[in-house]
Write a protein that binds this ligand. Structure first.
Ligand code: APR
Length: 256
């Protein structure tokens, strides 16, 4: 049996499946991964350096502008065939839960509901001082081509600077979301891990937790990221090629 056939069989027999996604699922919507070089005024910067509270403290305009630029990129992107295939899979009579490391809203715009964002969202800034969530206007129709140093707005309650509502290196994941994700992973029959390098913990532990809980893990990636564990199936290819083909072969599950 080929790896693809093993994946079809496991997913067809599943009652509950979790889809765990990383930056690779948004690549074909035009959103770069973390290994792609940065552009504009952030070129030659290392994302790991920029994604920290220290960087924001030292240069709030550079970091706030970078996230506005990324929010603008996400706003002009569209969900791709991989996002749409996952949303349609939810209609197959199975419980399909999406857990993502991505901060864009492409899963939601493809129709997925209840998406768990482990690393926060571009659309939900908060106060750097009092942590109160804040609203900001939608991204501009045109963004300065080379990006821009933009002064962060101020908090309506304490006048602190607003910061992006994402999880930075050295910060804890939102506890409630993490606990919900772990409960889903421990109870699923299949976990599909799509477009993630599996480097940044604790999120990177999720596929291993699924395997140790007895699930089958289907890895979809343009690179071979398999760990060689027994109940793991590695499907090498683009998410927009592999996921629609896989989901199209999954029969509707009649609830018994
Ligand atoms: N289809 C499937 N996979 C792809 C595609 C594609 N078209 N293009 C790239 N990939 C894969 C790459 O091979 C890589 O394994 O997507 C993965 C992207 O890896 P990263 O850029 O490290 O993104 P991710 O795994 O989501 O990073 C996790 O790190 O920087 C932090 O908080 C940030 O959430 C992010 C976390």
């Amino acid at each position: 049996m080929s790896n693809f056939e093993r994946a079809v069989e496991a997913l067809s027999n599943a009652r509950e499946a979790v889809v765990f996604t990383g930056a690779g699922i948004s690549v074909e919507s035009g959103i770069p991964t973390y290994s792609d070089p940065l552009t504009g005024i952030w070129a030659r910067q290392d994302p790991e350096t920029l994604e920290t509270a220290r960087a924001f403290r030292e240069n709030p305009r550079l970091i706030w502008g970078w996230y506005l630029w990324r929010r603008y990129q996400a706003s002009i992107a569209s969900p791709n065939a991989a996002h749409l295939a996952l949303s349609q899979l939810s209609g197959s009579g199975r419980k399909i839960s999406v857990i993502t490391q991505n901060v864009d809203d492409l899963h939601e715009r493809a129709g997925s509901v209840g998406v768990l964002h482990l690393h926060g969202k571009l659309s939900t800034p908060k106060c750097f001082a009092c942590h109160r969530p804040a609203e900001i206007p939608p991204p501009p129709a045109i963004f300065p081509a080379d990006g821009a140093l933009i002064e962060p707005p101020r908090c309506g309650r304490c006048n602190g600077k607003l910061r992006p509502g994402v999880v930075w290196y050295g910060e804890d994941l939102p506890l409630g979301i993490w606990k919900s994700a772990i409960a889903l992973v421990k109870n699923c029959d299949v976990l599909i891990s799509v477009g993630t390098s599996g480097i940044v913990t604790p999120a990177a532990e999720i596929p291993k937790l699924a395997l140790s809980s007895g699930a089958t893990v289907i890895q979809i990636n343009t690179a071979d990221v398999s760990t060689g564990m027994q109940n793991e199936v590695m499907l090498i290819g683009k998410a927009t090629d592999v996921l629609p083909k896989l989901c199209a072969l999954i029969p509707r599950k009649v609830s018994n």
